[in-house]
Design a binder for this molecule. Structure first.
Ligand code: ADP
Length: 740
């Protein structure tokens, strides 16, 4: 090989080596590049991993913190739960009553010491024992009083209690005399919680109370019986005292003697009022007051109350007026005695606390539903009135308005308390409206069954057309005017005789004149006389609060056609006008030959009364009446005399030897069954205790009067019951009523 070839080959080799080197360099560079990328990505990964690790570390830190908080919370909760449980059990342990919890399979879970104390000496009674096992132990060891029940029966009863919902409490008596009330309740999770309340003390207290109540009731009965006997004992001699004093006052006495007699009578009557009040109140207190509803005439009863109080009102120159709504029925069903008592108290007070003016009973009402009347009765006076602060107070017991204005008035302070209780018992209400010095208005509201339609006998009708009323009193004048208008009359109202005479002269003709006995210019009789002198023949009716005062005045016979008692009862007024209008043509016509009047006999009155003094009092009280009087000394004699004497009415004492008044009345009613007659029997009774009135009325007695007897009450009853075939009992008749 030549050099040149050698050089060429070397150069080729060198070139090849250079190319290879170059290739390898490129490869190295590429590999370096790759390595750099990889290294970068690795470094990125490392950075990321680091971040993840860091956040995992911080999360781990947080979790660690939370965990320790949870742990301390748990710890606290545990401590609190332990404390709560301890407190709960401490509390449960401190209560003296037994407390136990049973699980759903009725095994004892826990019980306090009080519960377990009962089972002292029975260690088996501890958590885990069943309820049934406890019950069996109680029965077998006689721990509780099982009232003779067999073991299984008693355990069964006690177990089945827990099936009830709600579970009724049950009282059991333990061997040591303790009473325990078991109160059991099922908890939400099915556990049974039982509380055993020791009620021994309250049972003992209840027993003591019951015993005290029995003793108090016995004492109350003894007191009531004592009161009944006491009143009987007081009233019987008081009857003699008051009756004899009344009779004594009617004899020829010196002024001084009359004063003594009047004082005896008034004091006796005052004493009886007090006794009656106290009695009534004690009856109400003992819930022994029973109402006896019967049909009665309310308007008439109010009238009777007014009549009773008329003398005291007249002494003070006070007008007593009744404004009874003319469109209202008058007969209702209620206890008339009690209604009269209420009204007597209200009107009595009104008169007592009024020095001048008037006392007006106003009765209005409407039918609540068919057959039931709602009544509003007010008693208005023009007296001293009541201050606002005393208004409610006066309905309390023994409460009187204590001030200068009324200290001078007598009374027990029980009247309104009794009145209020009576009205409440009748289902009504009572109230008062008043201002000091402006008078008082006591009102009561009552709903009463209507007994029947107003039985006003409309035949024959009143044929008068025009009436003239002469009355100085506005209220009275307008009440009377309204009443006359409802009878179909046209009415002219005048205040004085002069006004009336002027009306008669200028506006004739009138068919009837009604005049008060006391006109401001003339008295009623002088007014009538003047009319007669002037030749007027029309009927003149005069009314007065005290008609008896005119009984000896010949002008009554000469100039008047009728004399009426004031306040005028609507029914009486109607009857009187009926009669007068029927006679009117005869009055005007020349006197015809008088028809021979049928011979009338004396009214026959039988009084059954065993006490001779009372017989004497009774005889003296009716001595001025035109009656035939017989006495029976006991019930048997009364029944005999009923058959032989055939009385028109009987006064019947209740307490009599041999046969008492009730039995006698029953016997008479039995005898009457055959004849269909009905002789009115009025009981005379000193009894005032509860039940007597019922007894009396169920014995067939029509009504009763309580002793001591009053002349006015007896006379009024006799006169009211006088039959048409007997002569009027009052002589001389104060009115000129030939045809009556
Ligand atoms: P009494 O009249 O026996 O004192 P009441 O219970 O009937 O007892 O009355 C209680 C009191 O009410 C009376 O004492 C009197 O102060 C007052 N009072 C009753 N009615 C009236 C009246 N119409 N006007 C003024 N005061 C009256």
């Amino acid at each position: 090989m030549t050099l040149a070839e050698k050089l060429a080959s070397e150069r080729r080799a060198r070139l090849a080596a250079e190319r290879l080197l170059e290739h390898k360099q490129r490869e190295l560079f590429a590999a370096n590049e790759k390595l750099a990328v990889h290294a970068r990505s690795l470094s990125n990964q490392i950075v990321e991993q680091r971040l993840v690790v860091r956040s995992a570390l911080s999360e781990a830190e947080t979790l660690k913190g939370q965990n320790s908080r949870y742990l301390s919370d748990l710890d606290r909760a545990h401590t609190a739960a332990v404390m709560a449980e301890r407190r709960l059990w401490d509390s449960v342990e401190t209560i003296r009553d037994g407390f136990a919890v049973f699980d759903t399979s009725l095994c004892l879970v826990a019980a306090n010491r009080a519960y377990l104390a009962v089972f002292d000496g029975h260690p088996e009674v501890c958590p885990g024992i069943t309820y049934e096992a406890i019950l069996r132990l109680c029965h077998e060891r006689n721990l509780v009083e099982t009232e003779g029940a067999e073991l299984d029966e008693w355990v069964g009863t006690m177990m089945s209690r827990w099936d009830q919902d709600p579970i009724e409490p049950r009282v059991v008596r333990f061997f040591n005399g303790q009473y325990v009330k078991l109160i059991d309740r099922r908890a939400r999770d099915g556990d049974m919680v039982t509380l055993a309340l020791n009620i021994t003390e309250s049972i003992k207290r209840e027993a003591a109370l019951r015993e005290a109540q029995v003793r108090a009731e016995a004492a109350n009965r003894a007191k009531s019986a004592f009161l009944a006997n006491m009143t009987h004992e007081i009233r019987t001699p008081m009857n003699g005292v008051v009756g004899m004093a009344e009779l004594l006052a009617d004899t020829n006495l010196t002024e001084e003697q009359r004063l003594y007699a009047e004082t005896i009578k008034n004091s006796g009557e005052a004493l009886l009022v007090i006794i009656n009040d106290v009695l009534d109140y004690s009856k109400i207190e003992a819930d022994k007051l029973v109402l006896h509803p019967v049909p009665f005439d309310l308007e008439r009863s109010l009238h009777e109350v007014m009549m009773l109080l008329q003398p005291s009102a007249q002494d003070k120159n006070i007008q007593l007026l009744i404004d009874y709504d003319v469109f209202m029925p008058t007969r209702f069903v209620a206890d008339p005695g009690r209604i009269r008592q209420v009204m007597t108290n209200l009107v009595g007070n009104a008169v007592k606390f009024t020095d001048q003016g008037q006392v007006l009973i106003r009765v209005v009402g409407f039918q609540d539903e068919p057959g039931l009347q709602q009544l509003h009765i007010t008693v208005e006076d023009t007296g001293i009135g009541i201050a606002p602060e005393h208004r409610e107070h006066i309905f309390g017991e023994f409460n009187q308005v204590e001030d200068q204005a009324n200290r001078k008035f007598e009374g027990t302070g029980l009247g309104l308390a009794i009145t209020k209780r009576l009205i409440q018992q009748m289902g009504g209400t009572i109230w008062v409206e008043s201002e000091p010095g402006q008078g008082a208005c006591f009102g009561l509201q009552l709903t009463l069954p209507i007994a029947e339609d107003d039985a006003r006998d409309l035949t024959p009708p009143i044929t008068f057309r025009r009436a003239l009323v002469a009355d100085p009193q506005l209220t009275n004048r307008s009440i009377l005017g309204r009443q006359l208008e409802t009878f179909g009359l046209q009415v002219t109202l005048c205040r004085s005789a002069a006004e009336a005479l002027h009306a008669i002269a200028t506006n004739p003709p009138y068919d009837v004149i009604l005049t008060d006995s006391d006109l401001p210019d003339l008295d009623g009789l002088a007014f009538a006389a003047q009319l007669r002198c002037a030749g007027h023949q029309l009927p003149i009716v005069m009314y007065s609060a005290n008609p008896i005062a005119f009984s000896d005045d010949p002008r009554v016979q000469d100039d008047l056609n009728a004399l009426l008692q004031k306040p005028i009862l609507r029914r009486d007024l109607y009857r009187k006008l009926q009669m007068l209008s029927a006679q009117a043509p005869a009055m005007a016509a020349p006197p015809a030959t008088p028809m021979p009047a049928p011979a009338l006999r004396a009214m026959r009155v039988l009084a059954a009364e065993d006490n001779r003094t009372n017989q004497l009092v009774f005889r003296k009280m009716v001595k001025d009446l035109d009656i035939e009087l017989e006495f029976a000394n006991n019930g048997r004699e009364a029944v005999d005399l009923y058959q032989t004497f055939q009385p028109d009415m009987i006064f019947m004492d209740i307490s009599m030897p041999e046969m008492d008044g009730r039995e006698a009345a029953r016997a008479i009613r039995r005898l009457e069954l055959a004849s269909k007659d009905h002789v009115p029997i009025i009981a005379l009774t000193a009894h005032a205790m509860n039940g007597d009135a019922t007894d009396i009325l169920t014995a067939g007695i029509d009504d009763y009067l309580t002793k001591p007897l009053r002349r006015a009450a007896i006379t009024e009853r006799i006169a009211a019951l006088c039959p048409p075939i007997a002569r009027p009992v009052m002589e001389p008749a104060p009115v000129n009523e030939a045809a009556e």
